[in-house]
Structure formats: structure tokens, C-alpha cells
Design a protein around this ligand. Structure first.
Ligand SMILES: Cc1ncc(COP(=O)(O)O)c(C=O)c1O
Length: 459
């Protein structure tokens, strides 16, 4: 096309009204939920950027697929459509549906991971880390050192530090490392992509030590698009070809279909080893359901199968990655520090750089997230010391997380450019008043995944 404007490659078929709570209503809501944005009613939020997980708009073809969903308990036609789509895209021989990504993680780690083991990943997502730790194992993040500096612009800041992986395997021996995982794209590390070259190098090391490699494939299509844009040799490859090559380097994957499955619920575990698959299916029956539905309705399997096809559409991926970059460019041009370059599914505001007067144990990113809601009704999520800090000994401050970020995750095909312009305006306005923001203390917290339910008090 000769024109520069990148349009949404869809038109709106059905709309949902947004409530517009005023400032007083938002202040009351914050008080009620103990300044934890997870506690808000979604109707109290104007633009909801809490997550891109399960929050996207489905296409008319997905809805149509749901109408022909086969709800048979065993051997549902919808399962076979789902299975053949997943096999076709990933090349894995065994496909196990689950109700979402963490169910696939729970099953895989229960079967593969023992107490005292270590699971390396570029950066574990919170549920992945929690599921590894629940087995009594250590979840070790080995992302490339360059990822530690949010301001550095590099094409593949999600890459695994292969030297550190080798050191880990040398130090522990392969017996204590039941699998290596790589998260594509690296959600907790800023939504940054992983290069094919890095995946190939990790595969090589895994082969040397005889350790299987699994992808956390939630955003595999976005990762494939970044490879096409940024890695030599892929400019003419289709997203499907690139995705297939990524999967070919792994022994299996866990997947939340709530992201690049373009569905509101769903997930799967896919792998090659039939023995391992058998053990996983046995556990699946215990916790999720029969292996041809795995905790999902037949219509969900249809929605995911169709979504997996749509996510690999080049027009969609072009729009998706550009529209995230659009928000990033707008706020960063106005001087707001963000993780650079912008990731695929989200813009990450760098609260440590914006609020240097708030120390990590007073949760600068929590303060920024609360302010974005209070000022503009926007809900993002803290990805910093609330989510990943380690609670200190009584009377001692927390051990801080490596970064203090607020993630503004963009639901797929849901918000238009004017919604995003509004978000940029609020972010820029809050950043201009950053000197007036204060920290928070936690007054109530759960022993794990505390960010979901903790209550806070302003300091
Ligand atoms: C990288 C990554 N892994 C795993 C998960 C867990 O998926 P689910 O929320 O479907 O359990 C998520 C969800 O956000 C994720 O981003």
C-alpha cells in the first residue's frame, strides 16, 4: 500500500459499552481494594491493560466455530480439529489440551521436576515460577545480561544467556536439570523476543547435556514476527514457517491459548515423547478431564483452533506489533522511560527510572500503577518487587526484583487507536507529576503469588 497509516485489519462487528467512573468513584474503589488493582471490578476500569491474556476480541469465524463445537465427552470432532491445527503449526506429535497455560505447566512439572532440581528459563513467568517452586525445585532465570538495562535497544533482549546455561549445567550436572525452558516472547522480561540463533544455540547445549528443551510458547506468533523483522535470513519467510522452525528446535511446549491462541480460555501441552505424554495424560484425567477435552468445552477447542490460524496472518501481526510500538513511541517521545525496544504485547513503563525517590521496598511500580488508575481509569499491572521481590525477614525490607515496571498489556483486536491515544495522554500526564507520587507498604499478603491479593497502604 502506498499509504503510511497502518489500519486495524478488521472492522467492528459487535461493541461493548465502557463504563466511565469519575475520579471520586475511582478513589473510593482504590480504597476498597487496598490499592490492589486486581481487586477492582472490571466495570470500574475505563481502559483495561491488566493483561493481554484471554481479553482479546474473537473473530466472527471463531464465534461461528463455537456454534459447531462438538461437546462429546470422548473423541469430539472439535478435539481432532484442534489437534491437527496444533500439530500442523508446531510439528509436535502429542497434543494435550488444558484449560489454560498454567495447567499445562502444572502437569509437565509434576511429571518431570523433583525436589532439589533446577529449571532454567530466560525469565520464568509468575505461574511458571510458582509451579516449579511448588515442586520444591529452583526456577532459575538466565536471560541475557543486556536485558537488565531497560534503556538499551537491542533486537533480541529475550535471549537466554547461553554461557550461564552451560555454567548451570556444568555446576549441577544434567541430572538435576530435568528440562530447560525458553519463554517466547519473554513476558516478564519486557515482552522481548528470542532469536532463532539463540534458540538453536540453547538446543545445541541441551543436546550436549542430554536435557530436553521446552518452549513457553504463549506468544510464539509475535516472536516469529520479530524474527522476521529483525533476524537475517527471515525477511521472506512466513510467520508459520518461522514458528514451525522455532518449535522444531524444542521437544515440546506449554501454551496458554489466551494469548496467541486468540481465545478467551484454553491452552495445551504439546510434545514428542510418547512415554512422557502418557504420564501427562494420566495426570490430565485427574485434574483437567478426558484427554480429548482437557478441561475445555468443545466450542473452546474450535475457538482456539481458528485463533491459531488467524494469529499467523501477516496483516494481523504487522498491525499488532506496530500498534504496540505506537503507544511506546508516543510516551517515550514525551520523555517517559520505558523498556526499549517495545515488546510485542505490552509497553513496560520503567518506574525505577521515573520515580527514583521511591525505593524498591516501597514499590515504585505499584505507586505508578495506582496513579494511572486514579487519574485516568487505566489498569496496568506492577511487574516489580511486589510480583517478584522476596519478602524479607520480619522487620527487614524485601529483596527487590531486578526491575520495577508497570506493564500496559494490549488486548488483541480490542482497543482502537483513539483508546491508545487516551492511554498515552494519561501516562504522559501522570509522568509529569511523578515527583508527587509516594510509595506503598504491604499490610496483607499470601505466601505465594502475593501480587494477586495483597493489600497496600500509602506511605
Ligand atoms: C509467558 C507466560 N507463561 C505462562 C502463562 C500462564 O498462562 P495462563 O494464564 O493461561 O495460565 C502466561 C500468562 O500470562 C504467560 O504470559
Amino acid at each position: 500500500m502506498p499509504y503510511r497509516t497502518i489500519i486495524e485489519p478488521f472492522r467492528i462487528h459487535s461493541v461493548e459499552a465502557i463504563d466511565l467512573p469519575d475520579e471520586q468513584q475511582r478513589a473510593t474503589a482504590l480504597d476498597r481494594v487496598g490499592f490492589n488493582l486486581f481487586g477492582l471490578h472490571a466495570d470500574e476500569v475505563i481502559i483495561d491493560l491488566l493483561t493481554d491474556s484471554g481479553t482479546g476480541a474473537m473473530s466472527s469465524r471463531q464465534w461461528a466455530g463455537m456454534m459447531v463445537g462438538d461437546e462429546s465427552y470422548a473423541g469430539s470432532r472439535s478435539f481432532y480439529r484442534f489437534e491437527s491445527t496444533v500439530k500442523d503449526i508446531t510439528g509436535f506429535r502429542e497434543v494435550i489440551p488444558t484449560h489454560q497455560g498454567r495447567a499445562a505447566e502444572k502437569i509437565l512439572f509434576t511429571v518431570m521436576v523433583d525436589s532439589g532440581d533446577v529449571v532454567p528459563n530466560n525469565t520464568h513467568f509468575d505461574t511458571t515460577r510458582a509451579n516449579v517452586e511448588y515442586q520444591g525445585a529452583e526456577a532459575r532465570d538466565l536471560v541475557t545480561e543486556e536485558a537488565a538495562d531497560p534503556a538499551v535497544i537491542l533486537p533480541f533482549k529475550g535471549n537466554m544467556d547461553t554461557a550461564a546455561l552451560r555454567r548451570t549445567l556444568d555446576e549441577l550436572g544434567p541430572d538435576r536439570v530435568p528440562l530447560v525452558m525458553v519463554t517466547v516472547t519473554n513476558n516478564s522480561g519486557g515482552g522481548q523476543p528470542v532469536s532463532m540463533a539463540n534458540l538453536r544455540a540453547v538446543r545445541g547445549i541441551c543436546d550436549e547435556y542430554g536435557v530436553p528443551l521446552f518452549l513457553d510458547a504463549c506468544r510464539f506468533a509475535e516472536n516469529a514476527w520479530f524474527i522476521r523483522l529483525r533476524e537475517d535470513g527471515y525477511a521472506d519467510a512466513t510467520p508459520r514457517e518461522i514458528a514451525r522452525e522455532m518449535f522444531s528446535l524444542a521437544d515440546g511446549c506449554t501454551m496458554s491459548a489466551k494469548k496467541d491462541g486468540m481465545a478467551n480460555i484454553g491452552g495445551f501441552l504439546a510434545l514428542n515423547d510418547p512415554e512422557l505424554a502418557l504420564q501427562c495424560r494420566n495426570l490430565l484425567i485427574l485434574t483437567e478431564g478426558f484427554p480429548t477435552y482437557g478441561g475445555l468445552a468443545g466450542y473452546d477447542l474450535e475457538a482456539v483452533a481458528q485463533g491459531l490460524e488467524e494469529v499467523l496472518d501477516e496483516h494481523y501481526l504487522h498491525y499488532r506489533i506496530r500498534s504496540t510500538a505506537y503507544l511506546a513511541e508516543k510516551v517515550s517521545r514525551a520523555g517517559v522511560p520505558i523498556v526499549q525496544p517495545p515488546g510485542g504485547h505490552a509497553v513496560y513503563l520503567d518506574a525505577a527510572a521515573l520515580l527514583p525517590h521511591i525505593p524498591p521496598h516501597e514499590y515504585p511500580a505499584q505507586s505508578l500503577a495506582v496513579e494511572l488508575y486514579g487519574n485516568g481509569g487505566i489498569r496496568g499491572v506492577e511487574i516489580g518487587s511486589v510480583m517478584f521481590g522476596r519478602p524479607g525477614a520480619p522487620g527487614e525490607p524485601d529483596e527487590p526484583a531486578p526491575m520495577e515496571l508497570v506493564r500496559l498489556a494490549i488486548p488483541r483486536r480490542t482497543y482502537t487507536q483513539s483508546h491508545i491515544d487516551y492511554v498515552a495522554e494519561v501516562v504522559i500526564d501522570v509522568a509529569a507529576q511523578s515527583g508527587t507520587l509516594a510509595g506503598y507498604r504491604i499490610v496483607e499478603q499470601a505466601p505465594w503469588l502475593r501480587h494477586f491479593t495483597a493489600r497496600f497502604e500509602p506511605i
